[in-house]
Design a protein around this ligand. Structure first.
Ligand code: ZN
Length: 483
């Protein structure tokens, strides 16, 4: 029984193969233009590694004879067919097939490595295929079969995807010294393509990542890496300036931002057609000011946050614990918008009139409410009424932030007068005192914020102002401004 089946399989397969031979011969004789027929058959053999089926050959033959297709279209049709894709060839096999199908030869080593490098660095198979199609060697091959060479077009959208991949793969290599992992690559590319993030965001993501930090680079290594990654070149004499800035206490993040804030990085982004994005980067050469709001959060604070968010401006909120308890979601939003949250005590007493244990209780209660909403305690504090003495300073455990422009908004409750008190006096490095519990103040802020931005001011938190204009903040020290 089993032998009988084997015999039948043998007979059927012989019949099939002779049938196939018949069709092939028949087809060959049917197609008048032998060159075109041979070109198509050759594509089947070199790309799909089988002989052509009658329907397939027919279709391609008619397209070429009618002039609807050309050599490039045929190559594209084969190399981007479902059948070819299903073979899942790696880059090396893919390029070998391109050499065989389009150049009719084995790859030379230099050429092969060139194409493989392009693919490894983010170029697409379509673009590489186009490189082969547009070459003289393919023109010669088409000449031999007397068919039109043609070309294929890479759409702007496809080209943009290639640029984005190249940009991200390059950063993996220049900052982390390794190849991109597919998950990470997709993560960054998708967000860049969707323009959710910018070139600056990606660079900062890499340079300030835990993986990059874990390399424990020296300052020289770090700055050299920034030159390579952000300026795409070796360091020059400018290196010493960056190293001195680091020695003076500038953070690596500041130095990274300095690199991003440059013509050279803009040029790099332009090369990859990627938006530079500098919305969240502070330019130390432009004026900056810290708007501060006390006694909230209150019913108008969300409206103020809407305005800050719309202009991508930052502010510092000195909150009292009684309100912090009530407005937890507002605190959370402040922190998400990268605003700074300061401690303004729990119930707004004059701290110079209370005991040390009461100072501690006032600070701890409020820090607890800030922490429950945002995950971390206040970074700065402001004593109610600006009242402080040595006991207060040594017990609050945070930098003590006063102000250089007092709007007296709580007294006038007049929007125009609040606006004027800021806009008539503001200078680089100022700290402005306002209160977000008043509707008139929030209305004033809605005028002040766009106007200051219009005048070229960067609206930053107190800590950022201290970082860029001073030399940071120390607990127990009193600050009025940073000029
Ligand atoms: Zn107050």
């Amino acid at each position: 029984m089993r032998r009988q089946i084997m015999v039948w399989i043998f007979v059927i397969s012989v019949m099939c193969s002779s049938l196939r031979g018949t069709i092939s011969i028949y087809a060959n004789e049917t197609y008048e233009n032998k060159d075109i027929y041979n070109f198509i058959q050759r594509m089947y053999e070199t790309v799909l590694e089988r002989s052509g089926d009658a329907a397939g050959i027919d279709d391609w033959y008619n397209q070429l004879v009618d002039g609807v297709s050309d050599g490039a279209q045929i190559v594209y049709g084969f190399l981007f067919s479902e059948e070819f894709k299903a073979k899942n060839y790696d880059d090396l096999s893919y390029v070998h097939i391109l050499y065989r199908a389009l150049f009719d030869r084995k790859p030379d080593e230099e050429g092969l490595n060139d194409w493989l490098d392009r693919l490894a660095n983010g170029d697409s198979r379509l673009n590489v295929c186009k490189g082969f199609i547009d070459s003289q060697e393919f023109a010669d091959l088409c000449g031999r079969y007397k068919i039109r060479q043609g070309t294929i077009v890479v759409s702007a959208q496809e080209q943009q995807q290639i640029f984005v991949r190249q940009f991200v793969i390059r950063l993996y290599e220049k900052t982390l010294g390794r190849q991109a992992d597919e998950d990470g690559l997709v993560y960054w590319c998708d967000r860049l393509i969707a323009t959710e993030i910018t070139g600056a965001d990606v660079v900062r993501g890499f340079v300030l990542s835990d993986e990059c930090k874990s390399k424990e680079m020296t300052d020289i290594q770090f700055v050299t890496m920034l030159y390579n990654a952000i300026f795409d070149r070796q360091p020059d004499a400018g290196m010493d300036t960056w190293l001195r800035e680091l020695e003076k206490g500038k953070t690596r993040e500041d130095v990274c931002n300095g690199f991003i804030y440059s013509e050279e990085f803009a040029a790099l982004c332009a090369k990859y057609n990627i938006e530079v994005g500098d919305k969240n980067i502070i330019d130390p050469n432009k004026p900056m000011v810290a708007l501060t709001f006390d006694d909230g959060p209150g019913v108008y604070t969300e409206r103020l946050l809407d305005c800050l968010e719309a202009y991508d401006a930052k502010a510092t909120f000195f909150v009292v614990g009684t309100n912090a308890a009530k407005y937890q979601s507002t605190l959370k939003r402040m922190s998400e918008l990268e605003c700074e949250i300061g401690n303004h005590t729990y119930s707004h007493p004059n701290l110079t009139n209370v005991s040390v244990s009461e100072i501690n209780r006032q600070m701890n209660l409020t820090n607890g409410y800030i922490s429950s909403a945002t995950g971390s305690i206040a970074t700065v504090m402001r004593p109610p009424y600006g009242a402080h003495n040595s006991t207060v300073r040594s017990n609050v455990g945070l930098p003590v932030i006063l102000w250089s422009i007092d709007t007296r908004d709580w007294e006038t409750k007049n929007t125009q007068s609040t606006v004027n008190s800021v806009l008539n006096a503001v200078k680089d490095g100022d700290i402005v005192l306002m209160h977000d519990i008043h509707k008139t103040t929030v209305a004033a802020a809605e005028i002040i914020i766009p106007e200051l931005i219009d005048r070229g001011y960067q609206l930053v938190t107190v800590s950022k102002l201290a970082q860029y204009r001073g030399s940071g903040l120390k607990k127990g020290t009193v600050y009025y401004n940073f000029k």
